[in-house]
Design a protein around this ligand. Structure first.
Ligand code: BES
Ligand code: ZN
Ligand code: ZN
Length: 504
């Protein structure tokens, strides 16, 4: 999508469709008087009507007339300004772009809601949220649709029309959103790719080619290398599959980095999780192609941070295996000696994410990191706790947890902290090895984190269990049905931006 900002007005701006964003019960929102000039008292009726009424998520499509160069004008409600959140704007932009897509239009405009700036909402953020909503909502995974008529129209051009010459803040907001959403949509493509298309080899290849494009250093460890390093967690999980595992290591170290020791991001990259010998039920097992969404988030964050040229030394590590049931598959009762040297008794082969993460987290220590953040579709328990609305956050880095929490208020990728009390440690004690890979039903999301804690040493660390948020079931404002969301990318980029500008 080609996005720009231009100074014009509703009468002169020539386009197929212009969206105007209107708040409820508000005196003089931007563009209202122009709308009144074009449409007369129809506008006043609509603004007060039950059908539209400027409610949040309401919209109405009008056809233009001789008084405007817009062939169509879509009014999108923002609700009461006192209830306004940044996500209100993303959702409104999403609504506008979907209307445009439905009409089969390739070029459109958003009339910039300048009144928000007067209400003290930062202009750059207004532009950013509009573009985020548009870019995220216009994403559909249609790679395997051979019927062209079934495909959604790709909106190719979006112009933010401003009341006066657009300031730098507007251009900056557009640029940030474009970079971040390209990364999110790239991660969504990785997540949505079916398991047969994207085994660990392919995930690694796509990460490597992204790194080449964005000048990020990248090393891919193949099975031989992983064996020589004795990363037995990654190996054991991959053993039941003919697809060899990979470990993807990406390093972005700009000359002006503000941190000397890197922030290391680790993402679970299970390209398919059947559960292994402790096999999962058939219903919805297809969703387990999304079990690499933590890895995809890390790959996406690397791309966005490099593209934004953030002055932050960042390392991304993605262990990737496929968990199947072949004759060599690892089994309940097996004991593994992990890369760190710790021993793990396997009681359930479906608790495999923590095994591949354990080796990657232990490997992360080689960088003497400032902090480690991991992203993993780790447990069904976190879905029981928080549903599909938020990710579970646990860990020891208080500063980073707080920063992520603040970032999440802007990005609306919700996170909620669960405790990591030492009392939980008992649940994963093993009678035969150092620890076991399951801790029973109580607090399953937490005992999974307690397991990971064994592999981060004394380094500050945050764990995000994204099992409920990595993919959708139903279509939402700006994510499609049964689709990867790219959760964690906007959140982390925002947190890192705050870190480097000391804006937290
Ligand atoms: N990939 C799953 C977790 C998951 C479940 C993600 C549902 C998304 C939706 C993970 O590998 C798993 O199977 N975890 C088990 C752990 C259990 C055996 C301790 C679970 O949550 O049931
Ligand atoms: Zn599993
Ligand atoms: Zn899994």
């Amino acid at each position: 999508m080609n996005i720009s900002a231009k100074y014009s007005n509703l009468k002169h701006w020539k386009t197929e469709c212009t969206a105007v964003f209107l708040p409820k019960n508000y005196d003089q929102p931007t563009w209202l008087s122009e709308l009144q000039e074009i449409f007369g008292n129809t506008i006043d009726k609509l603004v007060k009507s039950k059908e539209f009424g400027c409610e949040e998520e309401a919209s109405v499509l009008l056809f233009g007339n001789a008084k405007t160069n817009s062939k169509r004008i879509v009014l999108v409600g923002l609700g009461e300004i006192k209830n306004f959140e940044w996500d209100t704007l993303r959702k409104a932009a999403a609504k506008a772009i979907k209307t445009v897509q439905l009409a089969g239009i390739e070029k459109c405009a958003f009339a910039f809601p300048g009144f928000l700036v007067k209400e003290n909402f930062a202009e750059e953020r207004v532009a950013q949220c509009l573009v985020e909503g548009a870019m995220l909502a216009s994403y559909y995974y249609e790679h395997y649709q051979t019927d062209k008529t079934a495909k959604k129209t790709a909106v190719e051009e979006l112009t933010l029309v401003t009341e006066s010459s657009p300031r730098d803040a507007v251009h900056d907001g557009i640029e940030t959103a474009r970079i971040v959403c390209e990364a999110v949509n790239f991660a969504r493509d990785l997540g949505n790719a079916p398991g047969n298309e994207l085994p660990p080899r392919e995930l690694a290849d796509r990460a490597a080619s992204m790194c080449r494009r964005h000048k990020i250093k990248c090393s891919i460890f193949n099975e031989t290398k992983i064996k020589s390093l004795k990363m037995n967690g990654i190996l054991a999980v991959a053993q039941g599959s003919s697809e060899p595992p990979r470990l993807i290591v990406m390093e972005y170290r700009p000359a002006k980095a503000k941190n000397h020791r890197p922030i290391v991001l680790v993402g679970k990259g299970l390209t398919f999780d059947s559960g292994g010998i402790s096999i999962k039920p058939a219903a919805d097992m297809d969703r387990m192609k999304f079990d690499m969404c933590g890895g995809a988030a890390v790959i996406g964050i690397m791309q966005a941070v490099a593209d934004l040229k953030l002055p932050v030394y960042l390392v991304g590590i993605v262990p990737s295996s496929e968990n199947l049931t072949g004759s060599k598959a690892y089994k309940p009762g097996d004991v593994l000696t992990m890369y760190s040297g710790k021993t793990v008794e396997i009681l359930n082969t479906d608790a495999e994410g923590r095994l591949i993460l354990a080796d990657a987290l232990a490997y992360a220590q080689k960088y003497k990191p400032e902090t480690i953040i991991d992203y993993a579709t780790l447990t069904g328990h976190v879905v029981i706790a928080l549903g599909m609305h938020g990710a579970g956050m646990m860990g020891t880095d208080e500063g980073m947890k707080q920063r992520l929490m603040m970032a999440s208020q802007f990005t609306s990728e919700k996170i909620w902290e669960l405790p990591l009390w030492k009392e939980y440690d008992r649940q994963i004690k093993s009678h035969i090895a150092d620890i076991k890979n399951v801790g029973g039903r109580p607090a399953g999301a937490i005992t999974a984190a307690a397991f990971l804690k064994h592999f981060v040493g004394d380094y500050p660390w945050v764990h995000l269990d994204i099992a409920g948020t990595a993919n959708t079931e139903e279509e939402t404002a700006y994510t499609g049905k049964i689709s990867a969301t790219g959760f964690g990318i906007r959140l982390t980029v925002e947190a890192l931006q705050r870190l480097v500008t000391n804006n937290d």
